[in-house]
Design a protein around this ligand. Structure first.
Ligand SMILES: *Cc1c(COP(=O)(O)O)cnc(C)c1O
Length: 361
């Protein structure tokens, strides 16, 4: 606490990202990064953009990228907003569509922890909707007066996916407020709700290039929605910083949408590795939630997740552990390459047998 902090800065409870320790090299399965590098065409485009033009500001409207994304998603360019990662889009969306003086916004009790952080930043009241026993999102609970809704699909950190068509009800009941669907992991097996945007002017779908396009380090996300929603986002953005996407990121992101074959190949590999990992974890006695993402959420009846997390870390394997009610006996394991997952599974088996418990192999 410093006497120089504003009331706002003093009151914040910031997001805590997954650790990035430098003390040794880890098999890093804790931040849902893609294990494969970006498309070679992306790297080439970035290298080509690294020239004297960096003295110039980038295009504040990101028009080339917005057009590229629009044609990829089958919408108009004025239905696309580009942000510095989807986190930034979410931050702008909370400011653009939710109000401190309105009813509470709704999101699940177990979900991406940034939603709470943005709500506190802007002093937006919120109410959490408890997941059911199987960690499903009870959509009927969103049929009550509220100031807006944020839902991730698939959910994080559970990896559970809800069929897109099932969101129709939520969108109809809530036609007076904005419903944000955060589809950060949709490319790993789900079907995007973007096609519903033509029907529902209150729907904003948020995507990121960080996960399925291997570009977490470039910081680019896109949102799709009615042109009025996009204009709302631009009003907020242009009240912070007009140049959120730099020239290198713009070049790389455009190239990412151009290399569809690479995108499909790498997502297919991640999905295949996920299925193999899930089967093996189940053989080892874990309960693993069916995943439609690039990570799995698992618990073992005979071994405490907090211990497993520590034992894995000591042996050079990093996964994510959340010390939070309801999920404090679960591990979130990002899907790496086949080799990384083999290492993870081998070390895990060691740890399970060392601990005794009910491990079997
Ligand atoms: C990773 C993630 C994001 C943020 O992605 P960036 O585009 O890298 O900011 C947003 N929502 C969820 C649910 C995520 O897991």
């Amino acid at each position: 606490m410093s006497k120089y902090w504003s009331d706002l800065a003093a009151s914040l409870v910031p997001y805590v990202p997954g650790e990035q320790p430098k003390d040794q090299t880890y098999v890093k399965l804790n931040t849902n990064e893609n294990p494969y590098p970006p498309s070679p065409r992306v790297l080439e485009a970035i290298r080509n953009a690294a020239d004297g033009d960096l003295r110039l500001y980038p295009d504040p409207t990101c028009s080339e990228l917005a057009e590229k994304a629009a044609s990829y998603y089958g919408v108009q360019p004025n239905q696309v907003f580009v942000g510095n990662g989807s986190d930034e889009i979410l931050a702008f969306a909370f400011a653009a569509f939710f109000s401190p003086s309105n009813r509470p916004i709704l999101f699940p009790d177990i979900t991406y922890s940034f939603y709470k952080v943005y709500a506190s930043l802007y002093r937006i009241p919120y109410k959490t909707v408890p997941l059911d026993e199987e960690f499903g999102i009870p959509l009927h609970a969103f049929d009550e007066p509220n100031g807006g809704i944020v839902l991730p699909n698939p959910n994080a950190p559970t990896a559970r996916y809800i069929e897109t068509e099932l969101f129709r009800g939520v969108l109809e009941w809530n036609s007076d407020v904005v419903v944000i669907l955060d589809e950060a992991y949709i490319d790993f097996g789900g079907k995007s709700a973007i096609e519903l945007a033509a029907e529902f002017p209150n729907l904003l779908v948020v995507h990121t290039l960080s996960k399925s396009r291997s570009l977490a380090g470039l910081r680019v996300g896109v949102a799709i929605g009615h042109p009025d929603l996009i204009e709302g986002l631009n009003r907020v953005k242009n009240s912070f910083n007009s140049y959120t996407i730099d020239r290198l990121a713009l070049a790389g992101a455009v190239a990412a949408f151009d290399d569809q074959a690479y995108f499909e190949e790498t997502t297919r590999k991640v999905v295949a590795t996920r299925e193999r990992t899930t089967s093996r974890l189940r053989e080892l006695g874990f309960r693993v939630i069916d995943s439609s993402a690039n990570f799995v959420f698992a618990t073992h009846p005979g071994h405490a997740a907090s211990r497993l997390f520590q034992e894995l870390k000591q042996r050079g394997v990093l996964v994510r552990y959340f010390n939070q009610p309801r999920i404090d006996n679960y591990l979130r394991i990002s899907i790496g390459t086949d080799e990384e997952m083999d290492t993870f599974l081998k070390v895990l088996e060691e740890v399970l047998s060392l601990e005794g418990g009910s491990a079997e192999s």
